[in-house]
Design a protein around this ligand. Structure first.
Ligand SMILES: [Zn+2]
Length: 529
């Protein structure tokens, strides 16, 4: 990591890529309108910490052209000895005590500099209590304080925090950007490397400057670097393995797929991260199948990868792909509770190899019982628009049909209508008793209503657990009972609809909130939430 530190960018101009971030920060600086708190989100090694330090220098530089890199303040920050720039890693200081002492510290004015800058890395690792304490500080930040929070997992940051900070997104670097960053190191360190090897190495870095420079550092010790050394020392990149693994799923070779997973995890990759990257790849395949590859995928991946993805997309039917996507979404959700970290992924792989290839189901009759007619209209309009673009109408129809409750019979549809008409009232009533239950209902939908049961379709088994908890059931059964004028039981079923990444994020946040709430109940502690 020594080389990475040595070649850290020292000002915003030196920061490779990240144009949006650079523009946002430089215009705020120029206008004298820096926010009091920033959240830098993005994958590892994309320059979040480097940018945080540059920003710390800019606000504290004593020269007229900040950051000068030469004044006392700039030098102290570069050396990591500045008393007014506090860097903490939330992974190791995640508790309430750490945040409390930080809050005490914040009250003190900066000793030398103009501003005290707090850089909190991996901020998603903070505990719920620590987040609450941090929130209080963010609500009334002293004038002399600048907060820079950084995270690789923005979906874990509570919404309450998000609303009080300015978010800046760091994108994975393109292969070209990694190459240009690596070239500086190659020249500065007089490393001998073949052009093709430099390209291979940059690809293996997968958008992370830090990884790229780390690899360069490792391999330069072996003398002249050529492509065979890169391949031999660094093995297959995660992108290559992902494509190979999905290829085995397409050919239903579960044992090969499991072996590939094993090798990935042995190389130290975190199962959850790998699961997310698999979902990303599957999503690309879905786009490519819907003829949106050039528009939405091509700019995100290397040319070689795009060719491989296009080939892979042709090996899956849309139904199969959606099943596989659902399997990996479920495994991601289950990862939270898994005792063996890799098990949910293993199950998803084997399950995906069992997916039957079926014919497309024709679109169901006019959807009368949908609780949200606007939504269906929009979906149908989209369908029209899409089919005009020459895409497969039937494939999309399947998704819409699945998303909409099917009318069982007349009585049931009357009951469903009764409940749907009162949906806002139901949410309002539930909200008074159980905040998170209401939030979950908003992402769920009515699936069936018969003499005895009201069935709610939920996107995750996590929702099922909450809705089926005795307290929630009791509440829902009494509300539905009032509306229908008879006793009913509440049941849930797991939906097949596709879930967006954003929704996934919300559920994780809801889950965190829920855990905080349960903890509060157990400890009867008013301080929590
Ligand atoms: Zn300076």
């Amino acid at each position: 990591m020594v080389l990475y530190r040595k070649y850290r960018p020292q000002n915003l101009e030196e920061l490779t890529g990240q144009t949006a971030v650079k523009i946002a920060l430089s215009s705020a600086i120029k206008a004298g309108k820096l926010a009091h708190a920033y959240l830098f989100c993005g994958p590892k090694g994309t320059g979040k910490t480097s940018t945080a330090r540059i920003l710390a220098k800019i606000v504290n530089c004593q020269a007229s052209n900040p950051p000068c890199g030469q004044c006392e303040s700039c030098l102290a920050i570069t050396a990591g000895t500045s008393l007014d720039v506090v860097e903490m890693d939330a992974a190791s200081n995640r508790g309430i005590e750490d945040i409390r002492s930080l809050r005490e510290n914040i009250k003190l004015a900066p000793s030398n500099a103009k501003k005290k800058v707090y850089i909190i890395d991996e901020v998603h690792m903070l505990t719920g209590d620590a987040f609450n304490a941090l929130l209080k500080t963010l609500e009334e930040p002293p004038e002399h304080v600048l907060f820079i929070l950084a995270t690789t997992e923005v979906q874990k940051i509570p919404a309450t925090i998000m609303s009080r900070i300015q978010r800046l997104d760091f994108k994975p670097a393109s292969t070209d950007e990694v190459i240009s960053a690596l070239r500086k190191v190659v020249e500065g360190e007089k490393i001998t490397i073949e052009e093709t090897a430099l390209l291979d190495l940059a690809k293996k870095a997968q958008g992370s400057f830090r990884d790229g420079i780390k690899y360069l550092d490792q391999l330069s010790a072996l003398g002249k670097i050529d492509s065979s050394i890169v391949e031999q020392q660094l093995g297959s990149s995660s992108a290559e393995v992902r494509i190979k693994l999905l290829n085995s799923i397409a050919t239903k070779d579960s044992s090969q797929a499991l072996q590939l997973l094993n090798s990935v995890l042995e190389s130290g990759l975190n199962p959850k991260e790998f699961n997310i990257s698999l979902l990303d790849t599957l999503r690309y395949l879905l786009y490519i199948q819907q003829n949106l590859g050039t528009q939405l995928v091509k700019s995100e991946v290397s040319e070689e990868e795009f060719t491989q993805l296009t080939k892979l997309a042709a090996d899956f039917s849309t139904e199969q792909l959606i099943e596989v996507l659902n399997n990996f979404q479920t495994s991601l959700e289950q990862a939270r509770f898994a005792t063996i970290a890799s098990l949910p992924l293993e199950v998803a792989i084997v399950q995906s190899c069992l997916v039957k290839v079926e014919q497309s189901i024709p679109k169901t009759e006019k959807l009368e019982v949908s609780k949200d007619t606007d939504k269906v209209d929009t979906a149908e309009n989209e369908l029209e628009a899409v089919s005009q673009n020459g895409m497969n109408k039937t494939d999309l129809a399947v998704e819409i049909a699945e998303e909409t409750p099917v009318q069982k019979d007349k009585v049931a549809s009357d009951d469903i209508k009764k409940i749907q008409d009162k949906w806002a009232y139901i949410l309002e009533t539930v909200r008074q008793y159980n905040f998170s239950l209401e939030a979950l209902l908003r992402t769920s939908q009515l699936s069936e209503c018969n003499e005895k049961n009201v069935v709610i379709e939920v996107p995750y088994s996590f929702h099922q657990r909450i809705i089926e908890a005795p307290k929630s059931r009791e509440l829902l059964e009494s509300v539905f009972g009032d509306i229908l004028g008879r006793k009913v039981k509440v049941a849930t079923e797991l939906g097949k609809r596709q879930v967006k990444r954003e929704e996934l994020a919300n559920v994780e946040i809801a889950a965190d909130d829920e855990i905080v709430r349960i903890a509060a109940e157990i400890f009867n502690n008013d301080g929590v939430n």
